[in-house]
Every structure is written in structure tokens, then in C-alpha cells.
Design a protein around this ligand. Structure first.
Ligand code: BLA
Length: 297
């Protein structure tokens, strides 16, 4: 299918208007150099934007309008460390034959074992998750490592692109975005210095995972495409300083400190995309948001 009509401009437009209505966004000047990035293929346009706001360390979006062949949206909100709010995550790839979708309020802390954290943010959102999980079916097997970063209301989906699925995705995006803003409005500032440190470290671990997954050796599907569009050094700059801004200053731990299972005997990082492998053919949460897969360490 020609995907040039399935753009993500509306999604970004909605998010900015809604966020502006409910808080006050201030552009992040350090990010200005990413605003206008020209692609090497002379066909794709990259649009990048980033802001901060009270409670929000960084709200950023990258939209790649690649004409007939590709449309991409990577939109995220990273809270200040004083808040244990989830990380808003919309990561959509549309090609001529497939759309690959992750839409979630990625939990900052573990929701498989920490029931109080899970209930605090997700209990009331389970019906929302259920509604869209029915419309956007589970995207088949996934690497277990990624799954640990997802919440009980994650939308992980793969489907044949179409206008009607695009509309459903737009509606899901709007509802999840509004749900995140609701949580933000209610959240209270953490005063306990230790908890703030834990929040910051959890966010740094998340950024480390996602940034590292974009380096070439890991063969993350996004990175080769960015490299082709921008060249190697601009792609790396975009990943480290724009998409996963904070990875170089929110903490000092390395990928192997957080994910030692990726270590090889010579001290380098294993090139495998997943150590555990892919599994979870079906949605591994029950209706109450409990994780229901046996043998998951
Ligand atoms: C595929 N992107 C994927 C997959 C996931 C994600 C889970 C499925 C393959 C896999 O299991 O690794 C996204 N993974 C995430 C997210 C988290 C995570 C959001 O762990 C959060 C914790 N993707 C991009 C960009 C492009 C892109 C910028 O971010 C393109 C320019 C493309 N992603 C892309 C493509 C695929 C993909 C082409 C499918 C390729 C494949 O499965 O081999």
C-alpha cells in the first residue's frame, strides 16, 4: 500500500495542542539543532520537536514522513525525577505491508512484582487498555527484554496498514495521551531524596536500554533506517542527544551494569537483539493486570 496518506502529523498536532492546553510547554533550546534534519534520500522529511514543562523533563517527538514507503512516529514524555510517573511511549512504524505499534505508559518501576506501583497508575486504566487491545490485536511474539518495560495496558500490535486502522490508532494515541496528562496532573512531588534517586536511575536504565538498542551492532530495526537517512554520525547524535536525551547525564551506569546478561567474556556487549529470545504469543496479562506467564524471571 502507498502509505503517504497515513502520516502522523495529526498525532503530533493533537499532542501539542492538548499538552499546551493543560500545562505550559517551553521549547528546549538545546534541541533546536534537531528541528530541521534533512534526509539523504531527498524524499523523507524529518520533523523533531522538544519541550519541557512543570513535572516534565522532556517531551519530544520525531516524525519521519517518508512518502509512499514509510511513516514513523516516535513520541515520548520523560518526567522529572521528582515524579514516579510512567514514561509516555508511542513508537509507530508504517511500511507498505506492515504497521508495527508500541503504545504505552511505560512503567518507571517494575509492575510485575510491585503491586502498589502497578495499582497506583494502571488499576483505573485497565478498561482503556482492554478496549484498545481488542481493536489493535497483540503483535505476536516479542523479546522478553522489551516486555519488561511494558505495562499491563500496553498496545503491542502489528497489522496491515489501512486508513481504518490508522483512525483506530489515532484514537488510541489521543486517549493514552490524555490518560498520561491526567496522571501527571494528579501526581505529587516526591520529597524523599532516596526515592528521587531511584526514580532517576530507573529512567536512566530505560534510556540506556532504548538508546543502546539503536546502536548498529544491536541491529535494532530503527537504527539502520536512521543511518540510511542521516548518515552514521547524525543518526547517533539524534539517538543519544535527542531521542534518548538524558542517557549521557542522568546517571553513570553503563548498559552492562544494568543488563549484565548481555556481557561477553571479553567484556564487550553481546550483539544479540535478545538474550532470552522471543516469546509471548498472546497478551500475558489477565483482566486485572496481573502478569500471567509462568517461568518469567
Ligand atoms: C520493530 N520496534 C520494533 C519491535 C519493537 C519495537 C518491540 C519489534 C521487534 C523486536 O522485538 O525487537 C519498539 N522496543 C520497542 C519499544 C521499546 C522496546 C518502543 O523495547 C520500549 C521499551 N523503529 C523506530 C524508528 C524506526 C523503527 C525510528 O523507532 C525507523 C526509522 C522501525 N521498528 C522498526 C522496524 C521494525 C521495528 C522496521 C520491524 C523490523 C523487524 O521486526 O525486524
Amino acid at each position: 500500500m502507498d502509505v503517504s496518506s497515513l502520516t502522523y502529523h495529526r498525532f503530533v498536532q493533537f499532542a501539542l495542542e492538548e499538552a499546551q492546553r493543560r500545562t505550559s510547554l517551553v521549547p528546549l533550546p538545546a534541541q533546536d539543532r534537531f528541528k530541521c534534519i534533512s534526509a539523504r534520500d531527498n524524499k523523507s522529511e524529518l520533523h523533531a520537536l522538544s519541550f519541557h514543562a512543570p513535572k516534565i523533563r522532556c517531551l519530544r517527538g520525531l516524525n519521519i514522513a517518508g512518502g509512499k514507503m514509510m511513516q514513523v512516529l516516535d513520541f515520548a514524555i520523560f518526567p522529572e525525577a521528582e515524579f514516579d510517573l510512567p514514561i509516555f511511549c508511542a513508537n509507530f512504524f508504517t511500511g507498505p505491508t506492515i504497521s508495527i505499534v508500541v503504545l504505552d505508559l511505560n512503567p518507571l518501576h517494575d509492575v510485575i512484582t510491585q503491586n502498589d506501583y502497578k495499582d497506583k497508575y494502571y488499576k483505573e486504566l485497565l478498561p482503556l487498555g482492554k478496549r484498545y487491545a481488542e481493536l489493535l490485536p497483540w503483535g505476536d511474539k516479542i523479546t522478553s527484554e522489551s516486555l519488561k518495560f511494558f505495562s499491563p495496558i500496553v498496545i503491542w500490535s502489528k497489522f496491515t496498514p489501512s486508513q481504518s486502522m490508522h483512525e483506530i490508532l489515532y484514537s488510541a494515541f489521543m486517549d493514552y495521551f490524555k490518560a498520561w496528562l491526567d496522571l501527571m496532573e494528579k501526581s505529587a512531588e516526591e520529597k524523599d531524596p532516596l526515592q528521587i534517586i531511584l526514580n532517576r536511575e530507573a529512567q536512566h536504565r530505560y534510556l540506556t536500554w532504548r538508546a543502546e538498542k539503536h546502536i548498529p551492532e544491536k541491529q535494532d530495526p530503527g537504527y539502520p533506517m536512521l543511518k540510511k537517512l542521516l548518515g552514521e554520525s547524525s543518526a547517533k547524535d539524534l539517538v543519544d542527544n535527542f531521542l534518548f536525551n538524558g542517557v549521557s547525564f542522568l546517571g553513570t551506569k553503563t548498559f552492562l551494569d544494568y543488563f549484565p546478561e548481555y556481557g561477553r567474556q571479553d567484556g564487550t556487549i553481546s550483539q544479540k537483539r535478545s538474550i532470552v529470545g522471543k516469546s509471548f504469543e498472546t497478551r500475558p496479562w489477565d483482566e486485572k493486570g496481573n502478569f500471567i506467564c509462568n517461568g518469567f524471571e
